[in-house]
Design a protein. Structure first.
Length: 258
């Protein structure tokens, strides 16, 4: 939310939105990270689960109080998929997906939850910038956020496991490595410590959907926040990290029966 947040080593996250363009991020924190608690995001959890959300700090992709950094990925703008069903028409809300958001990573149940939140806030459409993330996606988002916001900001967002990934970025900078080589090193570290421990966005989507919504796609972020917090209070949403606490509106939605 951030992104958020880390289970056992759970993420901090919600790469829930720091990615502004590639928007990625409990105080979102994914400072709720599991690494500290073994609670699972971002970002986002997992142990290190973020304080995150591919929400998102990348405007545009948690550990005791250091949540799985679930920084969001901000892909505001380009929409790769726009779903408009009869139900959408009835609710007058469209859920759009940014180019880096995996539509298969979000269930119809979660779509309905987001529609209801948006409808209550008076929104007619929103853009989802991040859902389930692969280790490659998570590495890219964290790299972009480090470039945009600085490595220290990412350490504040993610839990212990996520911090190890950020340290790979710092080492690569010292060695003057290029973007692709750096992202590859960060991906390797994510696989080593466990993706689910870095960001909740890397967790099992059949149990929990972790979703980032671009603030730039919301006309009134204050009303949207109020609606989202209401959904969290009544249990419809398991965890919500607001914008601008997270670079994106970060949601963790438990799936029915899980």
């Amino acid at each position: 939310m951030s992104e958020t947040n880390d289970g056992s080593d759970a993420p901090q996250a919600t790469d829930s939105g720091q990615e502004g363009g590639d928007q990625e991020a409990d105080n979102k924190s994914l400072k709720d990270a599991p690494d500290a608690h073994n609670e699972g995001d971002a970002s986002e959890g997992g142990a290190d689960v973020p304080r995150d959300s591919d929400s998102s700090q990348e405007r545009g992709e948690e550990a005791d109080n250091k949540s799985l950094g679930d920084a969001g990925e901000d892909t505001s703008g380009d929409v790769s998929d726009t779903e408009k069903t009869g139900d959408d028409v009835e609710k007058n809300v469209e859920i759009n997906f940014g180019p880096n958001a995996d539509r298969n990573g979000i269930s119809d149940h979660s779509i309905d939850v987001l529609k209801n939140i948006a409808k209550e806030a008076g929104e007619t459409s929103i853009i989802v910038t991040s859902t389930t993330r692969s280790p490659e996606d998570q590495a890219r988002i964290m790299y972009n956020n480090c470039e945009t916001h600085g490595a220290d900001s990412q350490k504040n967002l993610y839990g212990p496991s996520g911090d190890k990934v950020v340290e790979e970025y710092e080492k690569a900078q010292e060695d003057n490595k290029g973007r692709e080589e750096t992202i590859e090193a960060m991906k390797d570290k994510i696989n080593e410590v466990g993706p689910q421990n870095v960001s909740r966005h890397c967790g099992d989507p059949t149990e929990k959907n972790v979703v980032d919504v671009a603030p730039s796609s919301v006309t009134n972020n204050d009303k949207f926040k109020e609606s989202a917090e209401k959904a969290e209070k009544d249990g419809t949403v398991e965890k919500y990290i607001d914008y601008p606490t997270d670079p994106a509106h970060h949601f963790e939605i438990r799936q029915p029966g899980k």
